[in-house]
Design a binder for this molecule. Sequence first.
Ligand code: TAP
Length: 453
Amino acid sequence: MTTTEVINPATEKVVATVELVDAAGTDAAIERAQRAAKDWREVAPGDRARILRRFAEAIDANLEELAQLEVANAGHTIGNARWEAGNARDVLHFAAGMPERLLGNQIPVAGGVDITFHEPLGVVGVIVPWNFPMPIAAWGFAPALAAGNAVVLKPAELTPLTAIRLGELALQAGLPEYVFQVLPGKGSVVGQRFVTHPGVRKVVFTGSTEVGKQIMAGCADQVKRVTLELGGKSANIVFADADLERAAATAPYGVFDNAGQDCCARSRILVQRSVFDRFLELLEPAVQGVRVGDPAADATEMGPLISAAHRDRVAGFLEPSTKVAFTGAMPEGPGFWYPPTVVLPDAPTDRVLTEEIFGPVVAVLPFDDEADAVRIANDTEYGLSGSIWTNDVGRALRVSRGVEAGNLSVNSHSSVRYWTPFGGYKQSGLGRELGPDAALAFTETKNVFIATQ
Ligand code: TAP
């Protein structure tokens, strides 16, 4: 049996040793899930709903333990980690409303009755990255279970602890055995088997665009259903007519939350040229005010990066020639720390502008007018989220419609609510998660005609 050591990124100490599932173990789990799925789809909608509610309540009862586990495993601030466990709970509560609302249509036809059903797919494979282990897992497994599917879930090798605990809580809450299995293991082994095993009927993948493309190509072989949530390079657009003080005070939190390891990070700040210098003056104290340090302390706003390798990768984006405007604080001693960093790119082709850094680095650049702002915002292969700061409601709507991204916020940096749809344009993804239609992504629509003559 292969094992992996789970490291606390704030202390560099080993917090747990986890056994990794191999290819044969993955196949066995998929086959158990196939059998379990047959019974689970027959459970009455109201009973499925009740079990999901109990699962949500079990998370709530263990919320602090789950949050502390995430602080130790992923270096998330305790405030964020509590929100993340609460989000998994809320996503389950929301999904518990779905089994009884999977409504079909009755369509007028001649000579009979025509009705549609939303049938479960069977076994769904969910592949989760390390940046938000609990929420991203729940966005996949909760609606999939609600729609009557069995789920096999692969957490990232770096962050398996909360997913393993969620698997235990599901069983305690009364979810039948093998309906929800957590399989810690390597992406190239367990994740890859989700793609190639014909028993898995859909793959939900969140992670890098590079691996997402391989997953999509692999799924094509069996015309396997796929949802992809991939990278981002989102723009925070600040117009001269905006409340500049608020825009500058909040901008660091729109990009440095979770140490910038957030697919929705607003890692490009576009500022109207007439207020560019003033905005930078206001941004500097805001960035220096971000409290970076011990993630277990209540007041901390930013923790470490996930690993030494990732810190090196982030640092690699800054060339000797990169113009750094200013940086924020960073603790000394052990831990994979990187300070909040503001850079001023020289050209539209600079890597800090074109590539997802996935760390606490933000590029600030000027634009001339509305059309220029939309053009620069869209000058990327990504299209996940973004913010627009203006006090002109017409402009807010025009620019929101013009920016090619799935999740935009005006005078705010919010991206994710479990009851609104979430997902990306272009190479940021395929399909949508969350929102009122979440369960439909885990069903096939079946049309049945019944002759009455
Ligand atoms: P990846 O390296 O792509 O890994 C994501 C997951 O896929 C991990 O569980 C990984 O397993 C697994 N995996 C790796 N290779 C695989 C393969 N060949 N077949 C099947 N599974 C495979 O991404 P990451 O670095 O962990 O996560 C960061 C990326 O996720 C960023 O680009 C970020 O933008 C994106 N992200 C997007 C969103 C949304 S909602 N759009 C949300 C969060 C993150 P192991 O790591 O265990 O090998």
